[in-house]
Design a protein around this ligand. Structure first.
Ligand code: PNS
Length: 177
């Protein structure tokens, strides 16, 4: 029987427990699932492509039919290259739907053979997003339970030195108000 290869594309900056929940669900219905991390060219990501890949590889190691890759350019071109016939995307709430529908239909126009499959993460992750995790971490708030421990540690390493630098920066300390 034909094996179904799916890709799960995204920025994953950073990877959250919601992403992992979706990967686990996807790994159960697809023969092979490739987590495809986008090399963002427009926005500057918090984590480099290499850092995002490393964290994703560590966290997806338990699933033998899940692999990690990176891509740039059109997602549909990448899907064709790796012989994927499905694209996995998560829908958390109705607010996600409009953007996801637009993207799925545009991708269908570009590559009619590629089917987008939407899955819902566990309710506990329905309000979770990488953007909010970045914001909370950058403002010194708690992110325990929102991201894997490894990601929490990497976020602290990345963000804490910046906070410390701001506190002692002589250029700021010397400035008159
Ligand atoms: O995690 P994100 O940022 O919501 O993922 C968005 C992603 C990577 C799936 C989307 O931006 C994408 O596919 N980018 C690649 C460029 C592309 O194919 N654009 C046309 C989309 S219709």
């Amino acid at each position: 029987m034909k094996k179904v290869v799916a890709i799960y594309p995204g920025s994953f900056d950073p990877l959250t427990n919601g992403h992992l929940d979706l990967i686990e669900r996807g790994s159960k219905i697809f023969d092979q699932l490739i987590v495809a991390i986008l090399r963002n060219t427009e926005k500057t990501p918090l984590f480099s492509l290499g850092e995002r890949r490393e964290m994703m590889e560590a966290m997806t190691a338990p699933w033998k039919n899940v692999s990690v890759d990176t891509f740039e350019g059109l997602m549909v071109d990448y899907a064709v290259r790796v012989k994927a016939t499905a694209v996995l995307r998560g829908i958390r709430a109705i607010s996600d739907y409009e953007y996801e529908l637009q993207m799925a239909l545009m991708n269908r126009k570009l590559a009619p053979h590629l089917e987008t499959v939407f899955m819902m993460p566990a309710e506990a992750y329905s309000y979770l997003s990488s953007r909010l995790v970045r914001e909370i971490a950058q403002l010194g708030g708690p992110i325990t339970g929102l991201v894997p421990e490894l990601v929490e540690q990497k976020l602290r390493e990345k963000i804490e030195p910046a906070h410390k630098f701001e506190e002692v920066s002589p250029s700021k300390a010397g400035k008159k108000k």
